[in-house]
Design a protein around this ligand. Structure first.
Ligand code: PXP
Length: 248
């Protein structure tokens, strides 16, 4: 199966909120993350990812409902396991939900989810999401204990956290890549489907292709940043053509 590209459109909303957070009813509120999502789909995105954070710093509730109504591909709702956000997810019924740890002070999602410590709370939310028809992904570090716990929790997918790999250099980078390779092998062996994301960009993504069994990459910052220079359609199409190089 070819490697799919999920485009994270949070940062289109970041730009909108920078100017219009206090004036959401202004006549010209732009950029619209839903419009960005539709352009990304037309340019080849296989899905759209958006993170409804508790502090609503970028994506807003209305964006999520509009995305669900408008997308022709699929909505992957990234979410912390907070009751208020879970209640919204159960109304929206996204195709996929990716559970992430959320700390209000972080700039972006930092570590992976701890599926061992939060096993009970996660079991409850995963059951509710499954009952709503949503497939569940758990955003975790490539740690064998976490991978086994994700399988025990009956998530369909894990999303391997590639942030440590993306930030590392020299021998650390080789080690982080090896952890991702071993993590993907173990996840596949225990029946999980495997996505990856965080910190991926046009320069480092090919290196990640040494990791087997990947189904989808979720990429945000690099694509939205490049879009400022090339336009969003070209930025998405370029990343999509790199994804096509993934060995089948
Ligand atoms: N996957 C997850 C679970 C994330 O939290 C993020 C950041 O929102 C991404 C992927 C995308 O990361 P980036 O913006 O670095 O491409």
């Amino acid at each position: 199966m070819p490697l799919c590209l999920g485009v994270n459109i949070d940062h289109a909303a970041t730009l909108r909120q920078a100017r219009y957070a206090r004036d959401p009813d202004s006549i010209l509120v732009e950029p619209d993350p839903v419009e960005a999502a539709l352009i990304a789909e037309t340019a080849g995105a296989d899905g759209i990812t958006a993170h409804l954070r508790e502090d609503r710093r970028h994506i807003q509730d209305a964006d999520i409902f509009r995305l669900k109504e408008t997308l022709k591909t699929k909505l992957n709702l990234e979410m912390g396991n907070a009751p208020e956000i879970v209640a919204i997810a159960l109304k929206v019924k996204p195709h996929d939900a990716c559970l992430v740890p959320e700390n209000r002070n972080e700039v972006t999602t930092e570590g992976g989810l701890d599926c061992l410590t939060h096993r009970n709370a996660l079991t409850d939310t995963i059951t509710k999401l499954h009952d709503a028809g949503t497939l569940v992904s758990l955003f975790i570090d490539p740690d064998p204990g976490q991978i086994r716990a994700a399988a025990d929790l009956k998530a369909e997918y894990i999303e391997l956290h590639t942030g440590a790999f993306a930030n590392a250099t020299g021998p650390d980078r080789t080690r982080e890549l090896q952890r991702l390779i071993e993590g993907a092998k173990l996840a596949h062996a225990v029946g999980l489907r495997i996505n990856a994301g965080h910190g991926l960009n046009y320069a480092n993504v090919r290196e990640l292709f040494a990791v087997p069994h990947l189904e989808e990459l979720n990429i945000g910052h690099a694509i939205i940043s490049r879009a400022l220079i090339t336009g969003l359609a070209a930025a998405v199409a370029q990343m999509k053509s790199i994804c096509a190089e993934y060995p089948l």
